[in-house]
Design a protein around this ligand. Structure first.
Ligand code: ADP
Ligand code: MG
Length: 277
């Protein structure tokens, strides 16, 4: 039995890294599915016009479907746009349609252009959905959509690929987080780094892993996500690896990562320095 007690406080987490293909979407949907298997209710907000998270969760995201686009425009509340995932009633998704592609430009002239997602994630709307976690999947850029995500959440989760150039661009991301923190969202912090696509056969993977751990310390989850074909196949079936192949290494690693991630919250809720692992 995977069940954990439901967390007493709601957590909102932005999954960001302006590099494409590092595992943002994969980590968002699989962590979300794993957290829901652990007994939590989870909302995934797809903030990438590609709609990959919506696809992976098996949620309709054809143009015209209620989506995050209407929410950002203020035409719909977040709970009105949320769809329940077919395979788990405790997993919800606000999909992204291709309509979102123009929003980086449309948002520019709007009032509160950087706070539109934050304003949509009201306690009332999230209470109606009764969710414990909100995971926001960002596009591979540091534009207005990612900025909206960073303003809307106190936590940032950064997936890092155990590959060449993994750390490239990371200082730019951290600079952006620091800027948002000082100007728009004082509570913003990197709460979690998740190492993904680890290939144990390569020396490089271990080098990247230890470099990241030396640099970021205990923010880095101990669980590392292995490179696995099952993980990459699952979205093609509108599924997370948790239902596609529950016994696979990929599924087990996301369950472990989610458990660790959930447990840390409880640690972090105590005053700084107390109860640290
Ligand atoms: P991002 O959202 O950062 O662009 P994705 O999550 O879409 O990155 O991942 C990029 C590609 O890598 C996808 O094709 C995905 O299926 C694949 N991938 C992600 N994680 C793994 C993994 N652990 N093992 C194998 N393939 C993976
Ligand atoms: Mg993605």
């Amino acid at each position: 039995d995977h069940r954990l007690p439901r967390p007493s406080e709601r957590r909102i987490i932005t999954v960001a890294n302006q590099k494409g293909g590092v595992g943002k979407t994969t980590s968002t949907v699989n962590l979300a599915a794993a957290l829901s298997l652990h007994g939590a209710r989870v909302l995934v907000v797809d903030l990438d016009p590609q709609g990959n998270a919506s696809t992976a969760l098996g949620v309709d995201h054809r143009s015209g479907t209620p989506s995050i686009y209407e929410v950002l425009l203020g035409e719909m509340t977040i709970d009105e746009a949320a769809a329940v995932c077919e395979r788990s009633e405790d997993l919800l998704c606000v999909p992204a349609t291709i309509d979102l592609a123009g929003s980086e430009i449309e948002l520019v002239s709007m009032l509160n252009r950087e706070s539109r997602l934050k304003n949509a994630l009201t306690t009332e709307a999230l209470d109606r959905l009764d969710v414990d976690y909100v995971l926001i999947d960002c596009p591979p850029s540091l534009g207005l959509l990612t900025l909206n995500a960073m303003v809307a959440a106190p936590e940032v989760l950064i997936p890092i690929q155990c590959e060449y150039y993994a750390l490239e661009g990371l200082s730019q991301l951290l600079n952006n987080i620091a800027l948002v923190q000082s100007h728009l969202n004082p509570g913003l912090h990197v709460s979690t780094i998740l190492l993904t696509m680890y290939d144990g056969r390569t020396k490089l993977a271990d080098q990247v892993t230890s470099e990241v751990r030396n640099h970021f310390g205990e923010v880095v989850l101990r669980t590392v996500i292995p490179r696995s074909v099952k993980v990459s196949e699952a979205p093609g079936f509108g599924q997370t690896v948790l239902t596609y192949d529950p016994g696979s290494r990929g599924a087990m690693s996301y369950l472990d990562a989610a458990r660790e991630f959930a447990a840390r919250t409880m640690v972090r809720r105590q005053p700084e320095g107390e109860g640290a692992r």
